[in-house]
Design a protein around this ligand. Structure first.
Ligand code: SAM
Ligand code: F3S
Length: 442
């Protein structure tokens, strides 16, 4: 019988992607199969996130619970990967001695060796280095799971926003060579993938080496053009991108490339220039608004998503009012919003944080309510239109319904046979619900 692997993932889409790669490498090297039941597992891995304090604290309470799991059967192995591992390194085994493997986001491909080393030495195996691009060369061939797939095109971040831990835990920006990206996407397309999301902490910093040491580099706008030419690929998304490097070429791509989905995630963080400056984001509100105005002109009907941090140290009523006002000005129809969380080792952690916690929560709710207004308006505008929907899977609601996404990243439920999964169908949108849309096939 094949050994079983249980994987717990915290954090962002990058982490989801990395977790699937952990399963792939251990499947290839040791024949591991994934299980959703921890009691069945021989190896438990937790892929961690340290972007906010809460996520980090959850890791240690989870590890506490796993001690008994390990004692229940000799030979069981516990591994901690991701950004908390990268940040804490050996400290993890000191605080939780039953942890056997500690590896960072850039060393997950070395899991097979770390597992063997741990079994050989009976000591924790730790590797949290940043061996640049080696990770991509060592990953097994991609496996499609349905008609959509994520493809990592770059790793790390070199922006050093004053609040953010990522540059310290994931290392500097490193782009994957163009050929490797295109080959992976072609392999996925052959397996039935129709939509790819190009993934990275800052995909618009992508500078993929081209050809054999030609010294030339491919940027994200050019990459989108190449991906669009891969047979079978009909829709392209990317996430996440930084406003300072959201270039004219990327704006033009929304006008010129029909395969580029009508959805843009561009994290702004705040509407106040004072706070943007303190965050070292590298753009002003006016520069951001100008880019949004131009991209919306290039692609009417574009869905616009962003990230916000509320309660950054010293954020005043006036700063926050500017953020609310920016939501209306740009009409963001979706957003990930967070209360500021001081991350040890980042410059902002040294600032005096005088915004009371209740006020931060209040602002968060106010902000989310404002986004909901624009989300509802966006969905309402889709009612009565016909949308091209990529059918993904049976709807969780059952009842013979299938679910898929519009180009603008909205989920739609409609009556259809399961055999339609993986195809684009035209759906007339009849109704909006809190989180999705309903429609009928035309
Ligand atoms: N590359 C993206 C950008 O251009 O901003 C962001 C990637 S970051 C890992 C994801 C989001 O986490 C950020 O946009 C920010 O809103 C949030 N975040 C990062 N550090 C945070 C902190 N210390 N407290 C609260 N939220 C934070
Ligand atoms: Fe973090 Fe800023 Fe990079 S939010 S991931 S340091 S762009």
């Amino acid at each position: 019988m094949n050994p079983k692997l249980y994987l717990l993932t915290y954090g962002c889409q990058m982490n989801e992607y990395d977790s699937s790669k952990m399963a792939d490498v251990l499947g290839k090297s040791h024949g591991f199969e994934r299980t959703l039941v921890p009691e069945e597992a021989d190896v438990l891995l937790i892929n961690t996130c340290s972007v906010r304090e809460k996520a980090q604290e959850k890791v240690f309470s989870e590890l506490g619970r796993w001690r008994e799991w390990k004692q229940a059967r000799p030979g069981r192995v516990i591994g901690v990967g991701g950004c908390v591992a990268s940040q804490e390194g050996e400290q993890i085994s000191a605080r939780a001695p039953h942890v056997d493997l500690v590896f960072g986001p850039q060393t997950l491909h070395r899991l097979p060796e770390l597992l063997d080393q741990n079994r050989r030495t009976a000591r924790p195996a730790v590797d949290i280095s940043f061996p640049e691009i080696e990770k991509f060369d060592r990953l097994p061939e991609p496996r499609a799971e349905g008609p959509t797939a994520f493809v990592s095109i770059m790793e790390g971040c070199s922006k050093y926003c004053t609040f953010c831990i990522v540059p310290y835990t994931r290392g500097p920006e490193v782009s994957r060579p163009l050929d490797g990206v295109l080959v992976e996407i072609a392999q996925l397309a052959e397996q039935g993938v129709r939509e790819v999301t190009l993934l990275g902490q800052n995909v618009n910093a992508y500078r993929g080496p081209m050809g054999n040491n030609s010294g030339e580099f491919c940027d994200l706008a050019l990459l989108i053009g190449y991906v669009a030419r891969i047979p079978g690929i009909e829709r392209i998304r990317y996430t996440t991108s930084h406003p300072a490097e959201f270039t004219d070429a990327l704006i033009d791509a929304f006008g010129d490339e029909p395969k580029l989905a009508s959805y843009l995630h561009l994290p702004v963080q705040s509407g106040s220039d004072r706070i943007l400056g303190m965050m070292k984001r590298g753009y002003t509100r006016a520069q951001f608004v100008d880019k949004i105005r131009r991209v919306k002109a290039a692609r009417p009907g574009l869905s616009l998503s962003t990230d916000f941090i509320v309660g950054f140290p010293s954020e005043s009523e006036d700063d926050f009012a500017r953020t609310l006002d920016l939501i209306d000005e740009c009409e963001f129809d979706s957003a990930y919003s967070f209360v500021y969380s001081a991350r040890p080792g980042t410059p902002a952690a040294n600032l005096r944080d005088l915004v009371p916690p209740e006020l931060k929560q209040q602002r968060l709710q106010q902000l989310q309510a404002r986004i909901r207004v624009h989300d509802d308006a966006f969905k309402q505008r889709l009612v009565g239109t016909v949308q091209s929907v990529l059918v993904e899977r049976p709807s969780r609601r059952g009842g013979g319904q299938m679910t898929g996404k519009t180009s603008s990243n909205r989920s739609v439920n409609f009556d259809a046979p399961p055999g339609l999964a993986g195809q684009f169908v035209d759906v007339s949108i009849t109704e909006m619900t809190t989180n999705s849309l309903r429609g009928v096939r035309v």
